[in-house]
Design a protein around this ligand. Structure first.
Ligand code: BT5
Length: 266
């Protein structure tokens, strides 16, 4: 892949160099413009692409978040997806979102010294604003076939490059550090942390992932409003259970939310 990486480097401005070392990212496809790195990787996955392949794009025209929402992906960001093929039950895949959040937060802390914290279930925040969104999309029959882990990091651009309605709630690495960063080095740091977290996950995680997530959490202890798809749960975020679900203390007692959109209330 080295040669191929170089070819794409000229097109997209992200230097190659992650080809060795970690199991994840051993094969790296770097492209200039894509609709979505996760969509491209899904097509490869359906054709039997092995675990660990990473697709990176300089710019996405149709980046997406959960529930079909859009993900703004201008030039200068770090937009990539990683193919995983864990041998676990489909229900266990939910924890991969938390695992990835921990990996991204640790990489940002160790590699760039950023005070990254986690918002349930899939956001990485700095100064209370969204720096990175994570999306785990899986395909399963009876067994889990694959998981596409999409990571969208606002890296070397200013929030003015984002649609107006996102500028209050989003933040970028460039804005926090007042400089641009080597995106490939940052991606390599994330892949190294992901590799470690995924190793623990595959070895039959005994609660370490949730424990680490809680240590980095900005959600726990906060007053929150969670839209669950079937209603709204409001109260104090009390815990994240072993499956990764959020436990909210409401006036009517504890409510466990498996998935939803969480807002931190002041
Ligand atoms: C997420 O969804 O936060 C997951 C985002 C995953 C994006 C990556 S990029 C690589 C890969 N390829 C893809 O196509 N996707 C993945 P969710 O929790 O649903 O949040 C989406 C919401 O975040 C949007 O509705 C906006 O409000 C907001 N948003 C959109 N773009 C943003 C950005 N660049 N920075 C901060 N917030 C943003």
């Amino acid at each position: 892949m080295q040669g191929r990486g170089k070819v794409f480097y000229r097109a997209c401005g992200i230097r190659p160099g992650v080809d060795r070392g970690t199991r994840l990212g051993a094969k790296l496809l770097m492209l200039d413009v894509l609709e979505s790195t996760s969509q491209t990787l899904r097509e490869l996955a359906q054709d039997g692409e092995p675990e660990g392949t990473v697709v990176v794009a300089e710019e996405q025209r149709a980046g997406h978040g959960r529930l079909g929402r859009g993900w703004a992906s201008p030039k200068g960001g770090l937009w990539f997806s990683v193919l995983l093929r864990p041998q676990v039950a489909p229900a266990d895949a939910q924890k991969l979102t938390l695992m990835a959040g921990v990996a991204v937060a640790l990489a940002l802390r160790k590699h760039l010294g950023l005070e990254a914290r986690l918002k349930w279930p899939n956001d990485v925040l700095v100064s209370g604003k969204k720096l990175c969104g994570i999306l785990a999309e899986s395909r399963s029959n009876e067994k889990l076939e694959y998981v596409i882990l999409g990571i969208g990091m606002n890296a070397n651009f200013l929030v003015s490059a984002l649609p107006e309605e996102l500028r209050q709630s989003a933040i970028t690495v460039r804005e926090v550090l007042r400089r641009t960063v080597d995106r490939l080095a940052l991606m390599r740091a994330i892949l190294n942390e992901l590799d470690a977290g995924y190793g623990a996950f595959c070895a039959g995680d005994k609660g370490e992932i949730v424990a680490r997530w809680k240590e980095l959490s900005e959600t726990l202890g906060r007053k929150v409003r969670v839209e669950t798809g079937t209603g709204i749960v409001e109260g104090v975020a009390e815990d994240v259970d072993a499956r990764g679900a959020l436990v909210v203390r409401t006036p009517d007692g504890a409510v466990t939310v498996d998935s939803g959109d969480c807002v931190h209330l002041r």
